[in-house]
Design a protein around this ligand. Sequence first.
Ligand code: AHR
Length: 510
Amino acid sequence: MTTSVKTARFVAHRDFAIGVVDRRLYGSFIEHLGRAVYGGIYEPGHPTSGADGFRNDVLDLVRELGVSIVRYPGGNFVSAYDWRDGVGPVESRPTRLDLAWRSTEPNLIGINEFLTWASRAGVDVDLAVNLGTAGIDAARELVEYCNHPGGTAWSDLRRNHGIEQPYGINLWCLGNEMDGRWQIGHKTADEYGRLASQTAIAMKLVDPTIELVACGSSHSTMPTFPQWEATVLEHTYDDIDYISLHTYYRNDDDDLGTFLAQSLGMDRYIDAVAATCDFVRAKKRSAKQLSLSFDEWNVWYHSTAADAETTSRRPWQIGPPLLEETYTVVDALVVGCMLISLLKHADRVKIACLAQLVNVIAPITTINGGPAWRETIFFPFMHAARFGRGTVLNLQVTSATYPNDTFGDVPLVEAVATLDAEANELTIFAVNRDQHDQLLLEGDLRGLAPLQVIEHLVLEHSDPKAVNTADRPAEVVPHAGGDAAMDEGLLAAHLPRLSWNVVRLRRGAG
Ligand code: AHR
């Protein structure tokens, strides 16, 4: 008796180039929320913290993760944030109520401290301005504070605060999720569009080199999507450089088939926003093509019920535990599929931020006074950031499928490749969504030959719900035991059931 193995096939060729990976695709996000800042990146007195109070164990993990840029300081938090509260002598800074997350904000960390942390982490910063309760003045003054060399009130204030050289922050968000009723100072598309346009013009008058991200919808299921984008872009098209997308996927009903297919929805979402940008471009007869910033994306559902229950009766406090997810193997696969979706849209998506970075819906978890460890979702992100460089190739995958009520026929394999000319490497990223069986992936790589397998990394576990914890931080880790092999330009690799795979190949003979 022969047992048939399901297969997926692809062809990799230089002619199937999608676009070049912008390093900012591997961004992340730190908001003043829960224990992201206080107890996450910053914990004076922690055994690994130095004089500046930053946890070195967290910094090491952030560097290992390979994050390129970090969005800051929010998120919902930014919509009522006064950046002036967070600069100058710490002892004079006010303690405020953070209404977005019902927390106490001591302002021990502000823009200057965060930029110190970012430089230690080796990441760029994507700074968000408050367009909820604040507006043009606070935004243009912040650009002047950060980026103007000196000789003006705001730039000299920075110098008085001990930062002689301007930061030269290049990327700025014009508010956050301004379409959402939960947002302090939320607005209609016309209100926001006009304010964003006027703020953008003023900010660029201070520093014409900066790039700006306007708020798209908070997610694609908002009733105002995609009209929100169309209206906002009517106002801002000439003044901005990117429009934002946000999405978080859930698995409330333990419906793995639907959960694992969510990245197909992400593909459609990106396509719809790109099409809306191009619609406005056509209306405006503009030569400029807008790019996309997917500046919040992740899986988020484990913590929502507990958070909802405690929110109203939680006492005001600094750094309460909020949005703390313990991610499973399957969550990591969904994150892997989302990374593949982002790579497949590398022609339009130039910036993306895994939301968030530490403790809050994060790849890194800490215990106050205790250890820090890698969540399952850490690994696909780290692999993509490390190996997903150069030109993205569409693999034209033909795969066996499974039926799903929401997404129709879902391919069992999700895959994409990157061709890194500098390192002379081809990397294939692939997820096997099959809940029961391994799958044989066959690739025709003759157009890129000669190629040899460097390694086949796999993230898998006998229990799809396995997690990493403080006690068992290495329960779910990738291994290099995949069986990918090349034969005369043809690749064969078994992808274990429910697995994330990275097949690395070196180009050139011998
Ligand atoms: O990332 C958590 C929150 O999700 C952010 O503050 C907000 O922008 C989004 O709704």
